[in-house]
Design a protein around this ligand. Structure first.
Ligand code: BES
Ligand code: MN
Ligand code: MN
Length: 462
């Protein structure tokens, strides 16, 4: 039996080229203009799973974008790993900030990736990380190293809230039955400090609309005498945090699970340099909730952030106007204990209650999802930990992430299995930003590590 390192060194150019081909398709789920590209990407994923040795591969239709399902069942008595990933990507905007076009992948060396990184939208989130699993499967099936059953479920709406997958999962429990769910759609601390993500934050996303006068007004003739919705909106938003950067929505923290001092001390052991963090972002000082460290603020604490705000005149030059309307998109990252629908309701009630009579306020809820924490004593976690030990030579650190994959909580609820988050991206890979990239080393290391997970998971399941 050929070992995975040899297999990778023989096939790595092809592995890289295949990923580059997949990255050329602009599968932007948020923008209907890319509808056909998203569908073409699903077909490309289907074909790749067939080539990698799945026995059955299907494009499963949903009310939205299809889910690509594939399986290789070698023995019903053996455990089954369900791999989840997404083939859709974030919009490339603002495109003028990319050094090379977002859908024309190029490999360039960086300080952090001296062996080169693939620059393209979706390189890390999540096409590159999803494709590691396809190539790991190819290795296992073509060399007789697949120790258990495997199912793939790759969706096309993760970046827009996974609505169709939430529809699909409860309707296909039998098909999706598994012993563990494996996802590579997160990150790790550094290439020499591997970590396994043990938590994800939940999310509540809302849009607000503030209406003042029934039309845009001359800011001289009316200024000072009627409410300016942009002024009011910004005051309302500013009041959502107090001087300690606590969120002021009544009831917001009621169900937050506080970590014990011991758990926080354990977390603080993860290597982290505040100086490097600030330097990487070009900021003089960090910012956040009093009483918590930077790593706590971005993982175990809930937040509220404006993601976009608009209204009035934003074109060239100056126009003297009081706009009739102002808008903002606001995300709240939630932690275990908080129910996203309840938080959305609390936000709505509070935001409406603080609006002065001079304006009308409408709060429109968007999508959301629950947070997730995975125990580190499960066999899934142990198998992942051993896999990293073998390929990185050190024990990975468990770490809660600030990002969200809202569908993970639903997997647990519907399929009753734990999710293991084996992410190989780095924070500096710029996911959702211009110049997103994924280290070639990280891509190949992922392909190398995944088969070890299968082996250990099968062993530990006995
Ligand atoms: N892969 C990310 C989530 C992620 C990245 C988690 C890095 C942990 C570390 C995922 O594609 C994503 O972007 N999720 C969205 C939520 C979704 C509902 C749009 C997010 O976190 O903003
Ligand atoms: Mn993702
Ligand atoms: Mn994403």
């Amino acid at each position: 039996m050929q070992n995975v390192k040899e297999y990778i060194s023989q096939h790595k150019d092809r592995f890289i080229n295949e990923l580059i081909e997949l990255l050329k398709i602009p599968s932007v789920s948020a923008d209907p203009a890319y509808n056909q590209d998203v569908l073409n990407t699903a077909d490309a994923v289907k074909e790749s799973l067939e080539k990698a040795g799945c026995d059955k591969v299907e494009i499963c239709e949903t009310p939205g974008y299809p889910i690509v399902y594939g399986e290789k069942i070698i023995d019903p008595n053996l455990p089954t790993v369900l791999v989840y990933g997404h083939y859709d990507v974030q919009p490339a905007d603002p495109i003028e900030l990319w050094d090379s076009p977002a859908f024309e992948p190029v490999i360039k060396k960086t300080d952090i990736h001296p062996e080169g990184a693939i620059f393209a939208r979706g390189a890390c989130d999540d096409k590159g990380q999803m494709y590691m699993h396809v190539k790991a499967l190819e290795y296992m099936t073509s060399t007789g190293n697949l120790p258990c059953n495997v199912k793939f479920m790759i969706e096309g709406e993760e970046e827009v809230g996974s609505e169709s997958l939430a529809w699909f999962v409860p309707r296909n429990k039998e098909k999706l039955a598994n012993d563990v769910i494996l996802i590579s759609d997160t990150g790790m601390i550094a290439n020499d400090i591997p970590s396994i993500t043990t938590g994800l934050r939940g999310l509540s996303y809302v849009e607000v609309e503030v209406t003042g006068p029934n039309r845009d007004l001359h800011s001289g003739l009316y200024g000072g005498a009627v409410a300016n919705p942009i002024n009011i909106l910004t005051q309302m938003i500013a009041s959502l945090h107090d001087e300690n950067n606590h969120i002021t929505i009544p009831g917001f923290y009621d169900k937050v699970e506080e970590l014990s001092r011991e758990e926080r001390d354990e977390m603080a052991k993860a290597p982290f340099s505040l100086e490097e963090y600030k330097a990487a972002l070009d900021i003089e000082e960090v910012h956040g909730e009093t009483g918590y460290t930077t790593n706590e603020r971005n993982s175990i604490r809930p937040t509220l952030d404006v993601n976009g705000i608009w209204g009035g005149y934003t074109g060239e030059g100056a126009k003297t106007v009081i706009a009739s309307k102002a808008y903002a998109k606001i995300s709240m990252r939630l932690v275990p204990g908080q129910e996203w629908e309840e938080i959305t309701e609390l936000f709505k009630k509070h935001f409406e209650s603080i609006a002065p009579k001079s304006v009308k306020v409408v709060v429109k809820p968007h999508h959301g999802g629950q947070g997730y924490v995975t125990p580190i004593d499960s066999i899934g976690y142990q198998a992942a930990s051993k896999a990293y030990e073998e390929t990185f030579g050190v024990t990975p650190i468990p770490q809660r992430s600030g990002g969200s994959i809202p569908i993970v909580a639903l997997f647990e609820q519907e399929l009753k299995s734990k999710t293991i988050l084996m992410g190989f991206g780095l924070n500096s890979d710029a996911i959702h930003s211009p110049n997103e990239h994924f280290g070639v080393w990280n891509y190949l290391k992922g392909i190398e590590t995944i088969p070890h997970f299968y082996k250990h998971f099968t062993e530990l399941s006995k």
